[in-house]
Write a protein that binds this ligand. Sequence first.
Ligand code: NAG
Ligand code: NAG
Ligand code: NAG
Ligand code: NAG
Ligand code: NAG
Ligand code: NAG
Ligand code: NAG
Ligand code: CU
Length: 283
Amino acid sequence: MNFFDLVFILSWAASAIAHGGVYTYSISGTLYQGNPWHIWDYGPFYGDGNSSGIPAGIPSIQRRWYFWPIYDIYSGNMTCNFDGAETNNSLHASVMAGSTIVAQYNALNFTLTTVDKTIWYHQYGPLLVYMAHCPGSSCEGFHGTGAVWFKIAQYGLTSEAPNLRGPWLQASMLTGENATGWPVSIPSGLRPGSYLIRHEVINLQSSKDYGPQFYIECAQLKVEGKGSMFPGAEYMASFPGVYNYSDPGLALAGLEISDGDLLPVYNTTIYPFPGPPVWDGEI
Ligand SMILES: *[C@@H]1O[C@H](CO)[C@@H](O)[C@H](O)[C@H]1NC(C)=O
Ligand SMILES: *[C@@H]1O[C@H](CO)[C@@H](O)[C@H](O)[C@H]1NC(C)=O
Ligand SMILES: *[C@@H]1O[C@H](CO)[C@@H](O)[C@H](O)[C@H]1NC(C)=O
Ligand SMILES: *[C@@H]1O[C@H](CO)[C@@H](O)[C@H](O)[C@H]1NC(C)=O
Ligand SMILES: *[C@@H]1O[C@H](CO)[C@@H](O)[C@H](O)[C@H]1NC(C)=O
Ligand SMILES: *[C@@H]1O[C@H](CO)[C@@H](O)[C@H](O)[C@H]1NC(C)=O
Ligand SMILES: *[C@@H]1O[C@H](CO)[C@@H](O)[C@H](O)[C@H]1NC(C)=O
Ligand SMILES: [Cu+2]
């Protein structure tokens, strides 16, 4: 890494605006705008925290979120970020089982408000995506409590990474203005119904004292198709609940993952993903 890259990363890692979440979802050619409510929390670093004029009631497939990291692994915010509430007239995006959802962490295509066009800066840590079946005919009123979450995908290091310094897929998929976005396929055999999809980015380049940073957003889907599969209890997890600070993949968070001598704990290409195994609902 050259000097300028290092200065860039360190200055952004320390900066209050080096946060974010999913701004847009691209699903089968349709671009869905994320929930604009998070702008409310931009102050005092990013604005004055003045919520008036923020179109909180704009319908969105996405639940409300704050763009700050979540540190408290036992907090209710681990389910679907701040309060995970839906917007009024909350929408669901139709998606065929087997098709791909691309989540974008830069705001270049986010048009609901005149938010600054922020981009994602973190680069160290895994990407995980979970789903939960909503009990009714829609996800309205469902807040994802209990052991209802199953993991459909997880991404760690790129194949060329020599150790946990990376590069991680987080860097290529999410970071920067030309990031490809994070593509995730809905398992092709998943039985139709209403589901929450929960994208989770973990930043391991964080101070040891505070532990890993979690960035979590949920969105509402109507899954269609002819599948009839559903994961068994051994795949189900609760948020909060399934993670703790001693999970090997979380306990190794620290700024040393990117800086200084390579510590033995980072000298491996095997990253122990937290949470349950991935459910392979493919037909
Ligand atoms: C908040 O923003 C609104 C709309 O931009 C403005 O009219 C109002 O004066 C602001 N309030 C404060 C306390 O700054
Ligand atoms: C939904 O609408 C009600 C009544 O207009 C309003 O009080 C509430 O804040 C809105 N909720 C959201 C999440 O926008
Ligand atoms: C969730 O996050 C918000 C914003 O940071 C915070 O005000 C709230 O106390 C958190 N809730 C819980 C249950 O920790
Ligand atoms: C923005 O949307 C266009 C058109 O849908 C798409 O080609 C492009 O990849 C998107 N870019 C980002 C950063 O989301
Ligand atoms: C992103 O892509 C544009 C257009 O191809 C290019 O001009 C720009 O330099 C790229 N930015 C980075 C950081 O690679
Ligand atoms: C933390 O999670 C690990 C792995 O799931 C488990 O073995 C351990 O018992 C848990 N510890 C606590 C304190 O819950
Ligand atoms: C990392 O591990 C490899 C293979 O075990 C070893 O050859 C190398 O010296 C280690 N590097 C450091 C900096 O410890
Ligand atoms: Cu951040």
